[in-house]
Design a protein around this ligand. Structure first.
Ligand SMILES: [Zn+2]
Length: 509
């Protein structure tokens, strides 16, 4: 079988192309079916010309038809579409490394304010580099800053970092006008001792919130930016119930007029579910349906507490859900009902949320973890197959952010965003046959060899071609340690507040 891009130019000899990669190839399954699994092409090869895939087929046939400038892979290699990390916050080093332990979500959000303010360009470079080395080629960065000036500057720095790494960056330009911190502190204010209450009042008074017109100006200008290649923006409320109804309406109107997808956090914790129920008098998803906010351009991260009725509404409106399994467990929210969502016909993508279970932003390990996590209680057998998880991390994630026609699967004409894996030889010198099973094997014998974004080689032998990740990581840890030493008084304020927030949230559960 040979699939090839049609050309009007006839040549007698082999056609030149940028690169040919040999290996077993994971191709998309039936694209019409939401949960259809990828299929494998053995003894295959794939040709790249500039930033596009131009041919996929049998290795021997393609070597006769093409004259590649570079050759990669072997019959032991496995070739897959680059992963699309559909929900992340581009944090590195991890929050644990920066002194913020895993905790109940609402306590952890408060604690995050203690994280040292590191150079966002270096943070972004490191985070993207880490993810590229685990086979991720596109990262959706759920981004927020409280003031317009800081928003613009930090976003510029983060995209500069992404550009250094050469990853594809999709930034969710998020906003809110009723912050979670403000809501939580107002809830516990009356219980605080006098001194702490005064400090809390001063802290709340010092917080600025960007206005909707300022936000709209930023989104308009970033939606047409030309300074960064491989970068684009989408929009979103940080979470639906942390925005006024008026703000939600304006965000959705702006997204319609600019044609931009929307991503939001939704139903991540039991506290969020209860707060939204109290606010709307019904499920937040039912409220969104009544307000006309559910549509194909919307993706919702987490949805741990979605009910079957919510899932029906998602499926009917073609809303996508982003599963963040490691984060959901680390922040004590539990296991999202993903298999039920898939049964309802919801498109489910995968995200690391900067809280992957192995704390290293490794998407492949996150998929291995999710495979073990979702099991049938009666039989113990996995409920999410390996190929389903692979489809979630690639095609479904790309669809969720409106990029399904460009990335997320290996198809002719699509962007050459590709991860190539190789197996380690066994003791007897033989290698495992390349397959999805081998990729998920618990001994992790398959690892990333090369990663291409837009046809550009960015990872070789499992390491970034330009950036020394270990050195950058060490530099940032050193900078963080210095800043942590200088921030003791704010730390004391946060530590004093934490027991009140914990009790408040637990009382509602
Ligand atoms: Zn998130």
């Amino acid at each position: 079988m040979v699939r090839e891009m049609k050309s009007t130019v006839r040549t007698d000899g082999p056609k030149p192309c940028s690169a040919l990669i040999q290996g077993a190839i994971g191709l998309p399954g039936n694209d019409e079916k939401v949960s259809s699994d990828p299929i494998m092409l053995s003894h295959g090869a794939l040709c790249i010309e500039k930033d596009r895939i131009v041919a996929i087929g049998d290795y021997t046939e393609l070597t006769q038809r093409f004259d590649p400038a570079e050759c990669y892979g072997s019959e032991d290699h496995l070739i897959l579409a680059g992963f699309v990390n559909a929900h992340d916050h581009v944090r590195a080093p991890s929050s644990v490394e920066l002194g913020v332990p895993d905790d109940l979500l609402e306590v952890w959000i408060l604690d995050l304010m203690r994280m040292p303010d590191l150079d966002p360009e270096l943070v972004s470079t490191l985070a993207h580099c880490q993810m590229l080395e685990s086979g991720v080629t596109t990262v959706v960065n759920s981004f927020y800053q409280p003031t317009a000036k800081r928003y613009d500057e930090t976003l510029t720095a983060m995209l500069t970092g992404a550009q250094h790494s050469r990853a594809r960056a999709v930034v969710t330009m998020s906003t809110m006008d009723e912050s979670i911190i403000g809501a939580l502190l107002s809830d516990v204010r009356s219980q605080l001792p006098n001194g702490l209450r005064k400090q809390t009042d001063q802290f709340l008074a010092s917080r600025n919130v960007m206005s909707m017109p300022e936000y709209a100006d930023l989104v308009r200008s970033w939606s047409v930016q030309t300074d960064f290649d491989r970068a684009s923006v989408i929009m979103g409320p940080v979470s639906v119930h942390w925005c006024s109804d008026a703000m939600l309406e304006q965000i959705w109107d702006l997204s319609t007029s600019l044609g931009l997808p929307i991503q939001t956090h939704l139903l991540e914790s039991a506290y969020q579910r209860d707060a939204a129920n109290a606010r709307y008098g019904r499920s937040v998803v039912a409220f969104m349906n009544d307000a006309g906010l559910l549509n194909e351009r919307l993706s919702c991260a987490h949805c741990v507490f979605a009910t079957p009725a919510d899932m029906e509404l998602f499926a009917a409106a073609k809303v996508s859900v982003i599963h963040c399994p490691g984060s959901n467990l680390r922040l004590q929210n539990g296991v999202a009902p993903i298999t039920d969502m898939i049964k309802h016909g919801v498109n489910v993508g995968l995200g690391a949320d900067s809280m992957a279970f192995d704390d290293d932003g490794d998407m492949l390990n996150e998929m291995r973890f999710a495979h073990g996590l979702h099991a049938d209680k009666a039989t113990g057998s996995p409920l999410l197959s390996k190929t389903t998880l692979l489809g979630m991390a690639t095609r479904n994630s790309a669809r969720a952010i409106g990029m399904g026609n460009q990335i997320g699967s290996l198809e002719i004409g699509k962007k050459a965003d590709i991860a190539v894996y190789k197996s380690q030889p066994r003791n007897d010198g033989r290698r495992m046959t390349p397959s999805i099973d081998a990729l998920f094997s618990s001994d992790a014998s398959y690892g990333v060899d090369q990663v291409f974004v837009d046809g550009e080689l960015v990872v070789q032998n499992g390491r970034h071609v330009k950036i020394d990740r270990d050195q950058l990581h060490a530099e940032l840890i050193q900078a963080a340690e210095k800043k942590l030493r200088d921030s003791k008084s704010f730390d004391g304020f946060i530590h004093a507040l934490k027991p009140f927030i914990r009790q408040h949230v637990n009382n509602r559960l």
